[in-house]
Design a protein around this ligand. Structure first.
Ligand code: GLN
Length: 193
């Protein structure tokens, strides 16, 4: 059985937990350093990245997580979670895990397109296109040489990427009934099938 921790400090962790269970994994909520034991991977949900970083510090999770990620522990960040994974942030972001070689800009879509939904072609998931929900989403502005872009908006902006055992999406796969992204994390990032 593959056990995936879902960081449950703030944000939409319940939806991720359900999506992991729908995808054939076991989900465990993570609130304290002890909760990291026995996990095969971790999901950092969407929410408010500045709040999540603050809670990661006060709960004592930030340092153990930084160490785990440094040793190759699989982590997937969605939206705020992607901000927490990034090495490079715009001036409004608070550095957290600084693990993934991506440059991320928070709240990248102006008021008009604050939140939107779009069908994305994601080659690693195959057909049909994936219905992606963006909520006050960040975008990836720069990618390092080891980063593979998995999905782009029509204008070319990267919105999903992978670097080894790290996965980042600017949108929220946990808010749709389509479990393909969760299966991809389980099968190809965590279990490396
Ligand atoms: N705008 C939020 C932030 O910058 C992210 C939004 C989300 O996770 N849906 O933290």
């Amino acid at each position: 059985m593959t056990t995936i921790g879902v960081l449950a400090l703030q944000g939409d962790f319940r939806e991720h937990r359900e999506a992991v269970e729908r995808s054939g994994g076991t989900a465990a909520e993570v609130r304290l350093p002890n909760d990291l034991e026995g996990l095969d991977g971790l999901i950092i949900p969407g929410g408010e990245s500045t709040t999540i970083v603050r809670l990661m510090r006060t709960s004592g999770l930030l340092e153990p997580l930084r160490k785990l990620v440094g040793r190759g522990f699989p982590v997937w960040g969605t939206c705020a979670g992607m901000i927490l994974l990034a090495k490079h942030l715009d001036a409004t972001g608070i550095p957290a895990l600084e693990a993934m070689d991506i440059g991320v800009r928070r709240n990248a879509f102006g008021r008009q397109a604050d939140s939107f939904e779009v069908d994305l072609r994601i080659p690693v998931l195959g057909d049909p296109p994936f219905h992606a929900i963006f909520i006050r989403a960040p975008v990836i502005e720069a990618v390092g040489p080891e980063v593979e872009v998995l999905a782009r908006l029509a204008d070319g902006t990267p919105v999903a990427a992978r670097q080894g055992r790290l996965l980042a999406t600017a949108f929220h796969p946990e808010l749709t009934p389509d479990s393909r992204f969760h299966r991809f994390f389980l099968d190809h990032v965590v279990r490396r099938a």
